[in-house]
Design a protein around this ligand. Sequence first.
Ligand SMILES: NC(=O)C1=CN([C@@H]2O[C@H](COP(=O)(O)OP(=O)(O)OC[C@H]3O[C@@H](n4cnc5c(N)ncnc54)[C@H](O)[C@@H]3O)[C@@H](O)[C@H]2O)C=CC1
Ligand SMILES: O=C([O-])CC(=O)C(=O)O
Length: 277
Amino acid sequence: MSDALNETAGGARRVAVAGLGAVGLRVAEALDEGLPGCALAAVSANDLTRARARLGRLRTPVPVVPIEELEPLADIVVECAPASLLPAIAEPFLRAGKTVVVLSSGALLANEALVDLARAHGGQIVVPTGALLGLDAVTAAAEGEIRSVRMVTRKPVRGLAGAPYLVENGIAIDDIAEPLRIFKGTPREAAVGFPANLNVAAALSLAGVGPDRTTLEIWADPALTLNTHHVEVEADSATFRMTIENVPTDNPKTGRITALSVIAYLRKLGAPLRVGS
Ligand SMILES: NC(=O)C1=CN([C@@H]2O[C@H](COP(=O)(O)OP(=O)(O)OC[C@H]3O[C@@H](n4cnc5c(N)ncnc54)[C@H](O)[C@@H]3O)[C@@H](O)[C@H]2O)C=CC1
Ligand SMILES: O=C([O-])CC(=O)C(=O)O
């Protein structure tokens, strides 16, 4: 669906927020404060009563509904819920030819049918830069030939605690005194083992050489306070290295910049000057 069609009669795109945690609450508040060309239209949460109370401070109250009731209310949904809910949130919007902004990008790797659904109905899945950086440069390099993409993530222990990969492999990190490499593999493997911690690796892989050719190391570092991602890309057009050190939100797994990347995306939708892709 074209941008022109994907608007309400009044011109503002109606935006739904699915999941009201570290990312969703910040995005909903920014929409309520005012993003040109966008209007907060509805919100979904696990506990609807609690969500209504949390949103009591909004200037303009919006419906708080279960995820299956969001689609008729909005043109765009921002998915910022647990990864397992991605298909339930995305499918109705894509089937209606609408836009889904996906934060649980790791879950896209096991749900490639969503891309087919978007293609079939003229919808669009958008993966924002989230907690990473430089996806514009990686997609540009992918228009030429990328030889390799390597990522090393270092997180404080509390940013990794409870990940299924650690539990299943009996890897204890609570009392480590030195940095410990806990994983070496691909974003496809990490999306299974670290579904709430490594969306950035999935996003990077989708921008570049895919989830099986991108290499990934994950380190738990007891001295760190910031979620740190280092990326090295070798391509025929350029060689580049990038590092981001993310200040965690109340959710230690999620950096503050994640919600801001969604807000920046929404702001660009209606802006007369758009910087970055
Ligand atoms: N792409 C990226 O760079 C990043 C992606 N993420 C991912 O984004 C997603 C959101 O992250 P956070 O806001 O930090 O997570 P969060 O855990 O703080 O919030 C998720 C919210 O979804 C709600 N929820 C649970 N079941 C629900 C249901 N049935 N219907 C509606 N809401 C429901 C939870 O109550 C919670 O408030 C996660 O999957 C996370 O892994 C997080 C950081 C960076
Ligand atoms: O660094 C962060 O803030 C979040 C992160 O790694 C992810 O979810 O992929």
